[in-house]
Ligand binder design. Structure first.
Ligand SMILES: Nc1ncnc2c1ncn2[C@@H]1O[C@H](COP(=O)(O)OP(=O)(O)O)[C@@H](O)[C@H]1O
Ligand SMILES: [Mg+2]
Length: 392
């Protein structure tokens, strides 16, 4: 019997469209001999849809039409089974799934939100768990954890918007001690949204005003000069990790903008997702530095307790040869398949390995004790005749 894989994508995030591209790529690459693929699309309206037509990219050019032909559903558990139930009209089960492949990017989905829901209903899923996913989204938490494990990050500070409003002077003083130029970032966004570079106090005030529009938590970090950006993907779990070849990414702009990342260069041929960014693969680094980054990537993966495939992005000062971990993506654009293809692992095989890791993790988790079969409240009669005193 084929394993029924529900591919969940979309969601209320700035990276909604990118997620659609990544998911369609994955659905086209999953082995149809082994898997029954069930697309589950979360619209920006937070409604969930399914239907065969959701496997094709063309349908997403007209979302109203798509919604007309797709079925509005909910995913829940019914005993040991995971069912997709039609939401409108007669509520009936229209499909079953065994496992979820989340292909979502960004806030309200990738950040542990979706993983939390999947944990709640108890369905096995591919990739990092909710703890790891949420740390993956919060650039401040991530830096704090990496720093405490003595892994290299840029000099930084952070604050809440309210702290800035109440004590602007103090915040600016602390930023000054990091040293200009700095990057100002909303702590929990992605795709370079709300990020700017500031060379002095006037610019930093402007940059903070911009970042505050998107998040209440703001990160300010030292700019890495003579910048080379490289990314490395890691596949595995807490026991075993494998690092991919490195890519060198190039931004036409001062830094990688949303357009560079997801829209590629070619507006005419349409978006190809992360697989079309301007890149050099493998990165032009000597073998010593390449290996150093691969080893570092495995450590980062483990420290963050990641699982499945993640991508770790680095900033390198090519003069001083210093390496800094910039950020991690627990569900990277295009699931980093192009990095694995360059590592002699075809996409189909990568997806197989990711699914196998998820099944292994699920079985392992099932063996741990989470709750007790007996209901400890069954002997509880403390409220009767005791005026609310607990009698256990
Ligand atoms: N400390 C830094 N020094 C130099 N450039 C940076 C620094 N931080 C970020 N950038 C540039 O900004 C881009 C986006 O920042 P990043 O933290 O990766 O945000 P996002 O989550 O939006 O991808 C990076 O790819 C890089 O080009
Ligand atoms: Mg980035």
């Amino acid at each position: 019997m084929k394993l029924r894989v529900g591919v969940i994508f979309g969601g209320e995030s700035v990276e909604h469209e990118v997620s659609i591209i990544s998911a369609v790529q994955a659905m086209k690459s999953l082995d149809e001999e082994k898997y029954e693929i069930i697309p589950i699309y979360i619209g920006k309206d937070r409604e969930w849809y399914t239907g065969r037509l959701l496997k094709d990219i063309e349908i997403y050019s007209d979302l109203d039409l798509m919604k007309k032909y797709a079925t509005n559903v909910v995913l829940c558990n019914k005993g040991d089974k995971f069912v997709i139930i039609k939401k409108n009209g007669i509520k009936r089960i229209i499909d079953y799934i065994d496992l979820v492949l989340p292909v979502v990017h960004g806030t309200n989905v990738e950040d542990g939100t979706l993983q939390g829901y999947l944990e709640l209903i108890g369905i096995p899923y591919v990739g990092s768990n909710l703890y790891s996913a949420s740390v993956g989204q919060d650039k401040v938490f991530q830096k704090q954890i990496l720093e405490s494990s003595k892994l290299p990050v840029t000099k930084y500070m952070w604050f809440f918007d309210s702290e800035y409003k109440e004590n602007e002077k103090e915040v600016l003083k602390e930023i000054k001690s990091i040293g200009y130029p700095v990057m100002v970032k909303p702590a929990r966004l992605g795709s370079s949204v709300g990020i700017s570079k500031a060379k002095n106090e006037d610019e930093v005030k402007e940059a903070i005003e911009e970042a505050i529009k998107y998040d209440e938590k703001i990160l300010v970090e030292r700019v890495v000069e003579n910048l080379v950006e490289v990314n490395c993907s890691v596949l595995g779990n807490y026991e075993e990790q494998e690092a991919s070849e490195l890519e060198e990414v190039m931004g036409a702009d001062e830094f990688l903008s949303y357009r560079d990342k997801y829209l590629g260069n070619s507006k005419k041929t349409g978006s190809k997702g992360m697989a079309s960014t301007n890149r050099i693969l493998p990165a032009r680094l000597d073998s010593k530095m390449t290996n150093e980054i691969k080893e570092l990537s495995k450590k980062v993966f483990k420290v963050l307790n990641a699982a499945g495939v993640i991508r770790i992005d680095y900033l390198i000062d090519k003069k001083s040869k210093k390496i800094y971990i910039n950020e991690t993506n627990t569900i990277p654009g295009s699931l980093s398949f192009y990095l694995w293809e360059a590592t002699n692992k075809p996409y189909k095989q990568l997806l197989d390995e990711m699914i196998n890791l998820a099944i292994k993790a699920y079985k392992r988790k099932k063996r741990k004790v989470f709750s007790f079969e007996t209901n400890i409240l069954s002997n509880f009669n403390g409220l009767k005749g005791s005026k609310g005193k607990l009698k256990m």
